[in-house]
Design a binder for this molecule. Structure first.
Ligand code: SF4
Ligand code: SF4
Length: 111
């Protein structure tokens, strides 16, 4: 799968064949995973120290047939310093920071 970022930049990504197609920018997020497969968001940048490439917290949910954010689902699995008891609290913060479940804000296009 090839991602077109702008006129000059393309990136090849691997996404699960059963993943839904990316919706139009502004449409409800459907968990296609494209944005997180392309680059880390500020949460990954800050807490996972990931500066580029596919986010390591991107998880495929086979039952639902979509991608989910591991930092939302089980942040203590990615952050060794986070106690399990604080995982729910942290997850709620992440939900707000990444605006999970809202509109697709990725302007990337597949070519
Ligand atoms: S924000 Fe957009 S590109 Fe990212 S997972 Fe949701 S629908 Fe896909
Ligand atoms: S932390 Fe979550 S929302 Fe951010 S890039 Fe990784 S999987 Fe996507």
């Amino acid at each position: 799968m090839t991602l077109q970022r702008d006129q000059s930049e393309q990136q090849i990504l691997w996404l699960h064949p059963a993943a839904p197609a990316k919706p139009a920018t502004g449409a409800p997020c459907n968990g296609c995973g494209l944005c997180c497969a392309a680059e880390p968001c500020p949460v990954a940048f800050l807490f996972l120290w990931q500066r580029k490439g596919r986010c390591r917290a991107l998880e495929w949910d086979a039952e639902a047939g979509l991608y989910r954010c591991g930092m939302l689902l089980q942040p203590d699995a990615y952050l060794f310093w986070l106690p399990h008891i604080a995982s729910g609290w942290f997850s709620r913060r992440v939900r707000r920071w990444i605006a999970a479940g809202t509109a697709c804000d990725s302007e990337a296009e597949l070519v």
